[in-house]
Design a protein around this ligand. Structure first.
Ligand code: ADP
Ligand code: MG
Length: 348
């Protein structure tokens, strides 16, 4: 069985003077070698949580364990430099007066000169920067600087890497490329990591496990597939899947909406709610009796994206294979496999 690299138990943090916790009773654990993405909107407590794992903030309550070692509890406090972690920030934070190799060598104080050279060359190779080792940070692009920061953090072979929105400052193209590579780099290095992002695609693409945060809480934690397919709340569904939501009223197991009625099994406690319909689950059929109209069609290469207007004027979106070609202005019936529809009974 894989060992746990980190576990948090009931971590709560209030900043001085605030009555609302920045992090509210968060517990989770992560297996050795896994990458956890903490995903959530700005201000939901991601950075605060990461800083508590790193030892830069202390919680009012709770326990943090890294590997076998308790690093924070009511009677234990291990400072950041003794926690065996590597950190990468959004703004690179390189030493401007040191070259790439000097930056990377900075944390390798315990090694002799030969060992340092060997390790620096290994990690620069890993991040694809061996040719730029003599340059200074100002001679590098943002993406290259972030690779140096990654190499510097990985060089001492930390148990755990903490990355706080490391791609957020980069141009979209560099961001997409580094997104692909960063997972490979962490996997090759064999390091476990906690990766913060507010970008759902980034979280799903990079992580083995995704934790969705909202207002200091961890709303759901699971594999990218679990989070996407079985969102535990309306908030997770909306934040992660960008699905459509329609008000619905229950008649037995049927939920009636303005675009039709959907059978949803389960123990429903409420008679009203919202149903979630993913864009890619919609089947469109021209139907002159329907009151749902196609207002826009966009060709996206591998698929079409349709904008549809419901009788009440609500806009919903559908994505279809390229073999579904229906002109704008057509009235269509939307059908969805019953098991693809989900209902959220309360405003989550
Ligand atoms: P995120 O990283 O998800 O954007 P943060 O952890 O930075 O969220 O912030 C969580 C909450 O704590 C926010 O309401 C923020 O304003 C507050 N906060 C963050 N840092 C401090 C601080 N040093 N002092 C007081 N409040 C803070
Ligand atoms: Mg933050």
């Amino acid at each position: 069985m894989q060992k746990e690299i980190i576990s948090l138990e009931n971590i709560t943090k209030f900043y001085t003077g605030s009555e609302i916790p920045a992090v509210n009773n968060v517990s989770f654990s992560l297996k050795q070698g896994d990458i956890l993405a903490l995903l959530g909107p700005s201000g939901c407590g991601k950075t605060t949580l990461l800083r508590m794992v790193g030892g830069f903030e202390s919680p009012q309550t709770g326990i943090v364990q890294i590997g076998e070692e308790k690093v924070c509890s009511p009677d234990v406090w291990i400072p950041p430099e003794k926690r065996d972690i590597g950190i990468v920030f959004q703004d690179y934070a390189l030493f401007p007066h040191l070259t790439v190799e000097e930056n990377v060598a900075f944390g390798l104080k315990k090694l002799n000169k030969n060992q340092v050279e060997k390790r620096v060359s290994e990690v620069l190779n890993l991040v694809g920067l061996e040719a730029l080792s003599k340059r200074y940070p100002y001679e590098l692009s943002g993406g290259q600087q972030q690779r140096v920061a990654l190499a510097r953090a990985l060089a001492p072979k930390p148990k755990l890497m903490l990355l706080d929105e490391p791609l957020s400052n980069l141009d979209i193209q560099v961001r997409l490329q580094l997104r692909e590579e960063i997972r490979d780099i962490l996997k090759i290095a064999g390091t476990s990591a906690i990766f913060i992002t507010h970008d759902q695609e980034e979280a799903l693409a990079i992580a083995d496990v995704v934790g969705v945060m909202r207002r200091g809480h961890l709303e759901q934690i699971g594999t990218p597939e679990e989070i996407y397919s079985y969102p535990a709340s309306r908030f997770v569904a909306e934040f992660v899947t960008q699905a459509n939501f329609l008000p619905a009223r229950r008649q037995g197991n049927d939920w009636e909406t303005e675009i039709g009625s959907f059978a949803i099994q389960g123990n429903h406690r409420c008679d009203t709610g919202e149903i979630m319909i993913r864009q890619e689950d919609c089947n469109l059929q021209p139907d002159t009796d329907s009151q749902v109209k196609i207002t826009k069609r966009r060709f996206l290469g591998r698929e079409y994206r349709y904008c549809l207007e419901t009788p009440s004027g609500r806009e919903i979106h559908a994505r279809t294979m390229v073999d579904t070609i229906i002109p704008e202005g057509t009235f269509v019936k939307i059908s969805i496999a019953d098991d693809a529809v989900k209902v959220f009974s309360e405003e989550g």
